[in-house]
Design a protein around this ligand. Structure first.
Ligand code: ZN
Length: 315
């Protein structure tokens, strides 16, 4: 069984009524993806990620993504605090996320925006501490600052209960620092590209208990779904990434560690349960059989939905 620890099934690319998302979720289930985690990106989608998780038998996280910080005000943090309080007993609420810092996009790197991101991140860490929930972190040129926030939070009170540094693409030292704070590192489509040598090497060499898998769907398509700028200019739509790609991503990445797909699935599932402990109570029954990725052909489950990427650069 695979766990997609990060997918935005409520994104508009999956249809206003989530029809394409629900279809993709069923395709993923048929290929052995037993659980998905849907992180929110802003207050307006708190209700939809929650409803989707209940509808598909999956999990969700609530938080304000750094890309949405420019549009977020104090009322959004209040809405987050209220939603965490209201749904504290919901077993499908497994983390605070997606939160973090983005020091890549120029509009987020002005001194004022860096400060707003930092304050929003710190406040969301405080809420996670308060509820004893892990966090799902957006890391983009910001690993050292994220680590600083986690250490400061620990100095203020009980440490943040670990979580996942999603779409990780940092140094070995930064990886080790996250691991020492009880985090797992999320890998997905980006590591399927031949050109991503450093990332593939990192995936191959990290300790086995460091790794979780994710699609970040509809963003970060794997190499076989990627449509380059020239192809887009020629009218070919950007292929839509979906949780149904996870088994093939897993099969590709298993090779980097000399593992079978089944071994990587088992390893990363155990790690996901360790990073997000509430997932354990949501595991599907053994009847949801595991299909080895080398026998699983997403094409056999019908054509994938297509659309345009919303925050392709957002990870
Ligand atoms: Zn994301």
């Amino acid at each position: 069984m695979w766990i997609d620890t990060h997918c935005h099934l409520d994104a508009p690319e999956f249809g206003t009524d989530h029809a394409l998302g629900l279809q993709a979720r069923e395709q993923a289930r048929a290929l052995g993806v037993g659980l998905c985690v849907y992180p929110a990106v802003h207050a307006a989608d708190f209700a939809s990620v929650r409803e989707l998780a209940h509808r598909t038998g999956d999990a969700y996280a609530l938080g304000i993504h750094p890309l949405f910080v420019p549009r977020a005000g104090p009322e959004d943090l209040q809405a987050l605090a209220a939603a965490l309080e209201r749904h504290a007993g919901d077993p499908r609420l497994v983390a605070v996320g997606e939160i973090g810092l983005d020091f890549f996009l120029p509009e987020l790197c002005t001194p004022g925006m860096r400060e707003r991101q930092w304050q929003c991140y710190r406040e969301q860490l405080r809420l996670a501490q308060c509820h004893g929930l892990p966090v799902i972190l957006h890391v983009r040129r910001s690993a050292d600052w994220l680590l600083k926030g986690l250490r400061e939070a620990a100095a203020r009170g009980r440490p943040v209960a670990g979580g996942i540094a999603h779409a990780f693409n940092g140094s070995v030292q930064q990886a080790q620092a996250f691991l020492s704070l009880g985090f797992k590192l999320g890998f997905g489509g980006a590591a399927t590209f031949d050109a991503a040598r450093q990332l593939r090497q990192l995936f191959g060499n990290l300790p086995p208990d460091a790794l979780v898998l994710e699609t970040d769907a509809p963003d970060i398509p794997p190499q076989w779904r990627h449509v380059n700028a020239a192809q887009r200019a020629a009218g070919r739509p950007q292929g839509l990434n979906s949780p149904a790609e996870l088994p093939r991503i897993g099969a590709e990445l298993a090779g980097l560690r000399g593992l079978s797909s089944a071994a990587l699935a088992g390893l990363t599932t155990a790690n996901a349960l360790s990073a997000l402990p509430r997932l354990a109570a949501l595991l599907p029954s053994p009847a949801a059989a595991f299909v080895p990725a080398d026998q699983a052909d997403p094409a056999a489950a019908g054509p994938p939905p297509v659309g345009t990427a919303r925050h392709m650069e957002a990870s």
